[in-house]
Design a protein around this ligand. Structure first.
Ligand SMILES: C[S@@+](CC[C@H](N)C(=O)[O-])C[C@H]1O[C@@H](n2cnc3c(N)ncnc32)[C@H](O)[C@@H]1O
Length: 386
């Protein structure tokens, strides 16, 4: 049961590939029969940070960092200095994040312990209980190797890049009201909630939103400690309204709708452009939201530029990324709404608080939505209609 079969129509996030597949032990099945895993993301103490820096210095001469806290098995591989083999006898080479821990920020480094699962549901509960009193570990429930329609149930590198950016800008986000679009299992919203006052963590699908809600509850101690709040809500980019039907789970109250239009100053989104139709829906949603705000808003979007071989091109191309860029320029050219949009790519030079491979293909974009002739054009509509 703990062996995952990879099928051709499934995708697996690199975040979950950090440790060899053989180490992944399933905790349980979710309501729709998918294997569920728990990953732990730990905030390192200053002492641990120093330790890890020393380790990285002594073990690495080529600026590559070593995984700081991983499963015992991998540590043993290093100590034995023998080539590690997987169950089939293939060489087992764990990915190693780059060393970028020596950033100039004064915040503590956050280091994920990826995929440290319990074997059984009972052990999982014990594990959860044992962690309960720690306020420096984010625990995320997720699945792996999902079909495309379920990619939100995995953690993607873009979530970690955006998480790093948020942690590097504590003053910017302190006390803010924020909407995350396409939040998936909620990791970035949880990170944001350690700074912001309120985060509306949005996505679609009851099953995904329930998983996300469990992650919020699982990490409530950390969110409360920071004085933040996360509300999981349904926001479908392919719909032009916000669902306020009280009978529907994760729907919005009228007060919440008013709150987002009055108070949201930041919208964040990680790795949400991978299908052109959805990308169009995402940009329409951004446009409608910003047009209904009575104020300026700043949007941060992370994206991973993925190269694929296509039969159409008979070459390697990054179609989803190209479409994303096209939508950005269209947004910037729009002149008929309540807002004007300015688009810029941010340099990825902010410190790395989380461990993952910060590839050149991982990008962060900033979109600034400025109100134009606010008094004349102010819309009274509280709907997501343009
Ligand atoms: C690649 S996942 C990224 C998840 C998360 N942000 C991360 O980086 O780990 C893309 C997300 O977009 C969401 N999504 C897809 N279609 C959507 C729609 N029509 N409305 C809202 N969210 C959607 C998916 O459910 C999924 O959570």
């Amino acid at each position: 049961m703990d062996q995952i079969t990879f099928q051709h129509d499934r995708v697996l996030s690199d975040v979950h590939m950090l440790l060899p597949n053989a180490h992944h032990v399933m905790a349980r099945l979710n309501q729709v029969g998918q294997p569920v895993f728990i990953s732990k993301f730990k905030f390192l103490s200053n002492a641990e940070k120093q330790d890890s820096k020393c380790q990285a210095r002594s073990k690495s001469s080529d600026s590559e960092a070593h995984v700081l806290q991983v499963e015992d098995k991998e540590e043993n591989h290093e100590k034995n200095e023998e080539p590690a083999l997987d169950e089939d006898g293939d060489l087992d080479i764990p990915h190693r994040p780059r060393n970028n821990l020596s950033g100039d920020s004064t915040r503590e480094v956050v280091c994920p312990i990826i995929l440290k699962q319990s074997c059984t549901a009972a052990q999982q509960n014990e594990d959860d209980d044992a962690d309960e009193c720690f306020d420096d570990i984010i625990r995320i429930e997720h699945t792996m190797a999902t079909p495309l329609e379920d990619v939100g149930k995995q953690v993607w590198r873009g979530a970690l890049l955006l998480g790093d950016f948020i942690l590097s800008k504590p003053l910017m986000f302190k006390g803010a009201t924020v909407v995350e679009l396409g939040a998936g299992v909620g990791l970035t919203s949880i990170i944001m909630s350690t700074l912001a006052k309120k985060v509306y963590c949005t996505d679609v699908g009851e099953d995904l939103l329930s998983m996300c809600q469990r992650n919020i509850t699982r990490n409530e101690h950390m969110i409360e400690l920071a004085g933040g709040e996360v509300r999981v809500r349904q926001l479908d980019w392919l719909r032009s309204d916000l669902c306020t039907d009280a009978d529907v789970e994760f729907s919005w109250t009228e007060e919440e709708v008013a709150d987002i239009y009055d108070n949201v100053r930041f919208i964040i989104a990680a790795d949400i452009c991978y299908d052109d139709e959805l990308t169009d829906g995402f940009f329409r949603t951004l446009y409608r939201l910003c047009n209904n705000f009575g104020h300026d808003c700043t949007i941060f979007i992370s994206i991973e530029k993925r190269f694929n071989f296509t039969l159409r091109e008979m070459d390697v191309s990054c179609d989803a990324y190209n479409h994303f860029e096209h939508c950005l320029s269209q947004l910037e050219e729009l002149v008929d709404g309540q807002c004007s949009f300015k688009v810029e790519q941010l340099p990825s030079t902010f410190p790395q608080f989380l461990q993952y491979e910060r590839l050149d293909q991982l990008e962060l974009w900033k979109v600034t939505a400025k109100r134009v002739s606010f008094d004349k054009n102010k819309s009274n509509s509280k709907e997501l209609t343009s």
